[in-house]
Design a protein around this ligand. Sequence first.
Ligand SMILES: *[C@@H]1O[C@H](CO)[C@@H](O)[C@H](O)[C@H]1NC(C)=O
Ligand SMILES: *[C@@H]1O[C@H](CO)[C@@H](O)[C@H](O)[C@H]1NC(C)=O
Ligand SMILES: *[C@@H]1O[C@H](CO)[C@@H](O)[C@H](O)[C@H]1NC(C)=O
Ligand SMILES: *[C@@H]1O[C@H](CO)[C@@H](O)[C@H](O)[C@H]1NC(C)=O
Ligand SMILES: *[C@@H]1O[C@H](CO)[C@@H](O)[C@H](O)[C@H]1NC(C)=O
Ligand SMILES: *[C@@H]1O[C@H](CO)[C@@H](O)[C@H](O)[C@H]1NC(C)=O
Ligand SMILES: *[C@@H]1O[C@H](CO)[C@@H](O)[C@H](O)[C@H]1NC(C)=O
Length: 593
Amino acid sequence: MRNPVGLRFMMFMFMMFMSCLVTQVVYGEEEVKCIEREREALLRFKASIVDRYGMLSSWTTPHCCQWQGIRCSNLTGHILMLDLHGEVHEEISFNFYLEFMSQRFVSGMIHKSLMKLRQLQYLNLSSNSFGDNNIPEFLGSLTKLRYLDLSSCGFNGKILTQFGSLSHLKYLSLADNNLEGSIPRQLGNLFQLQHLDLSRNHLKGKIPIQLGNLTRLQYLDLRANDLEGNIPSQLGNLSNLHELYIGHGGALKIGDGDLSENTLMSTMIFQWVSNFTPNLVELDLSGNLMEGSVPNHFGVVMNSLEHLNLYYNRFKVEVLQSLMNICTLKSLNMGGNNLNQGLSSILRNLSSSCARYSLQELDLAFCQIYGSFPDFSTFTTLKTLDLSSNQLSGKIPEGILPSRLESLSLLFNSLEGEIPKSVGNTCTLHSLDMSYNRLSGEFASIFQHLSGCAKNVLQDLKLGSNNINGTFPDLSSFSTLKILDLSENQLSGEIPEGNPLPCQLESLSIQSNTLEGGVPKSFGNACALRLLHMFNNSLSEEFPVIVHHLSGCTRNSLEILSLGMNQINVIIILGFESKSIVRKDSYINGIPP
Ligand SMILES: *[C@@H]1O[C@H](CO)[C@@H](O)[C@H](O)[C@H]1NC(C)=O
Ligand SMILES: *[C@@H]1O[C@H](CO)[C@@H](O)[C@H](O)[C@H]1NC(C)=O
Ligand SMILES: *[C@@H]1O[C@H](CO)[C@@H](O)[C@H](O)[C@H]1NC(C)=O
Ligand SMILES: *[C@@H]1O[C@H](CO)[C@@H](O)[C@H](O)[C@H]1NC(C)=O
Ligand SMILES: *[C@@H]1O[C@H](CO)[C@@H](O)[C@H](O)[C@H]1NC(C)=O
Ligand SMILES: *[C@@H]1O[C@H](CO)[C@@H](O)[C@H](O)[C@H]1NC(C)=O
Ligand SMILES: *[C@@H]1O[C@H](CO)[C@@H](O)[C@H](O)[C@H]1NC(C)=O
């Protein structure tokens, strides 16, 4: 025993460890067991469920309170909570396909045995697949429910009127199903309700005036349905409302029923909004073909509004100007309104507005805005600017971008000339889309201009469908680049060997240029490359050589390789180990499907 003190210390630690263990075991035994009747109900429920992803794999042991997704009351052992939400992450990858990743859900029938969970307070079944079934009627008898989330489950049929008797309900989401029929007036009985989401269904008819009784409501979402008639003035009593979404509602109108339709359309919708919901933080009125003006005091009254979505309505430029008097405004989407105005004059007026100091996102796409690109640099808080699909023309001057801009979309305009150096000196710019313009100059020069501090953050660069010429540029210093589109330009000559592609590059589109020769070895060492579009060029290298050059680590990542419409003799594809090239709609000698 060279170190008896140390040994004693270890013994002490061991004893402590044991006693902790004992306490835990005792604690475990003391924990209330689950109630056998409820356990059986869960097992019966499980039996009618198809569980491909093993979400219910822990549902075997005697202690049902320890099963995944289950919580019991410490005092009574009754099941209070059943959280079985699935996960379906949709990734819209790139131009040509949509991919589903990390899905996890159950399907099948919801057995009525769940009815036996009389004390259930929380039920979350969202993002599972109970397609082609109606919402089970017995759910209307679980009167202790406080939270009920049945969103994205594929339910058909109508909303149960029985939900009106779930008087403790604080949260009800039926969003993103295929529900039909009208919104039951009985929902107006749910006096505790704070969150109501019925968006993305096929609900018809009028918004029941009884919803005006839901005075605790903070969140109301009726987006993307086929509702009609007036938005009831009774909603004016919802003074706790923070978020109101009635975009793409169908044919909703503002005002009282006794006004003629013509008056309704031009009624001051903002007057109405400001009268009833001064605490609103987020308002979505998109896609309703609304028109009208904004009362002068609107900016003063709406002193908490941060996010306003008026996409696809019929508002004029004056409305934009008035809204910019909301000093709290962070994001404004006026896309798809017919502003029909020169950008310089719009901006001159906005420069004196108070939202200039708060605005982070401005969307003015599809607004018939014309003229040259003016100086945005005084909008110092702006992070996202979308002016795509307008009629902007001329060259882009130097020094016009806000210094903290992160995303700039100018696609589908008629902008000319080169990309100015100052764009490359925007140190936060991670996304730049200038496709479908009339940009010219040489790629070498454009990438030289972009290689200010922006080259350390730029992830997404789209310059397709312009008139840019020259050879394939050196991209090696653009270390963060993930998506690069240079298609439909005048890229010519052979792609030089030697310059590595950015190691994070996932998608490279250089189709429809006049590139010659083959594919350099450096492309085969781009370990993240998933999409390589080179069709419609003048490539002529032997196909086996191309495959050989691509068979560095790229062979494990590449999912789509398109080389069609070149002068390559294609014989056979061999040697790619990527799981996905087999799984995906891969094509090697054709244009995209
Ligand atoms: C029940 O026990 C758990 C675990 O010890 C504890 O976190 C929770 O707060 C308890 N709940 C009540 C209502 O006592
Ligand atoms: C239900 O689960 C989803 C996750 O899919 C979550 O977003 C949602 O907030 C949950 N609902 C409730 C009421 O907690
Ligand atoms: C609910 O609203 C309707 C119509 O606005 C009203 O007539 C009714 O009295 C209200 N019900 C309760 C219980 O407040
Ligand atoms: C709002 O509620 C009050 C009583 O709480 C009622 O007198 C008034 O008519 C309601 N307003 C609307 C627009 O429903
Ligand atoms: C600019 O704003 C002023 C006052 O708000 C208005 O009278 C004028 O018409 C606006 N100019 C343009 C070009 O919209
Ligand atoms: C690119 O086009 C310009 C005219 O727009 C021309 O002056 C220049 O020589 C061209 N460069 C190359 C490499 O073809
Ligand atoms: C091929 O590229 C040329 C320009 O180089 C373009 O005009 C043509 O439309 C392209 N064809 C296809 C099918 O993309």
